[in-house]
Design a protein around this ligand. Structure first.
Ligand SMILES: N[C@@H](CCC(=O)N[C@@H](CS)C(=O)NCC(=O)O)C(=O)O
Length: 200
């Protein structure tokens, strides 16, 4: 199998964490900048976005949650889904989408997107989601990370990566502590978000 990913993408990170947690064998990572329109990525995902997972028989899966759903069926241990986990993961993934929308909005408008009506709406989504998750942090204390933990820690780390020090970020001491603890696991430590390396 081949996984198209970028080092900064929170969507790709959720898939990468799940692959490692489930010890899915024989996955070749393919580092790609989705904004450079690599033909291989377009073939795997017409939207030209990461992540995309091409299976051994050539079937191409796109969208992080579709890929994780496939993985959870094919590699059931440890299970990532239960009703409570899906409820919290939905909140976290919604906020990841909002954060990514702000970053993409900046690309489209150069400056001023953050404080536009849409930018402020996305920011409010992030803040509300963080407050909700912080209040329910006890539910994220588990021996093995499920999808709620994977999505929440991916959200927290991505926000610090992209918006670290922003005055509008709420205090999330319990989520920060969770993120720190999860870094003891290779799946989280090895996939921390970083800027994409310069490519020729
Ligand atoms: N809903 C998608 C979002 C994927 C996504 O937006 N990926 C970004 C990287 S964080 C990307 O490839 N962007 C390129 C583009 O929008 O053209 C998922 O869950 O996989």
């Amino acid at each position: 199998m081949r996984l198209f990913y970028s080092t900064s993408s929170p969507f790709a990170r959720m898939v990468r964490i799940a692959l490692i947690e489930k010890a899915v064998p024989s996955v070749e990572p393919v580092l790609v900048n989705p904004w450079q329109d690599a033909p291989d990525l377009i073939r795997a995902n017409p939207s030209c976005r990461v992540p995309a997972l091409v299976l051994d028989d050539g079937t191409a899966l796109s969208e992080s949650q579709m890929i994780i759903a496939w993985m959870d069926r094919e590699y059931p241990q440890p299970p990532l889904y239960n009703t409570a986990a899906l409820a919290l993961a939905g909140i976290a993934v919604g906020a990841i989408e909002a954060a990514a929308a702000i970053i993409i909005g900046r690309r489209a408008t150069d400056a001023g997107f953050d404080t536009s009506a849409v930018g402020l709406r996305r920011r409010r989504s992030i803040v509300t989601a963080l407050d909700t998750l912080e209040a329910q942090a006890a539910a994220l204390e588990r021996p093995d990370p499920d999808l709620a933990v994977i999505a929440t820690v991916t959200l927290v780390d991505y926000l610090h990566f992209r918006f670290g020090g922003a005055e509008w970020m709420p205090q999330i001491a319990r989520l920060d502590a969770l993120s720190q603890r999860l870094r003891a696991r290779p799946s989280f430590a090895e996939t921390m978000p970083t800027e994409m390396p310069a490519q020729p």
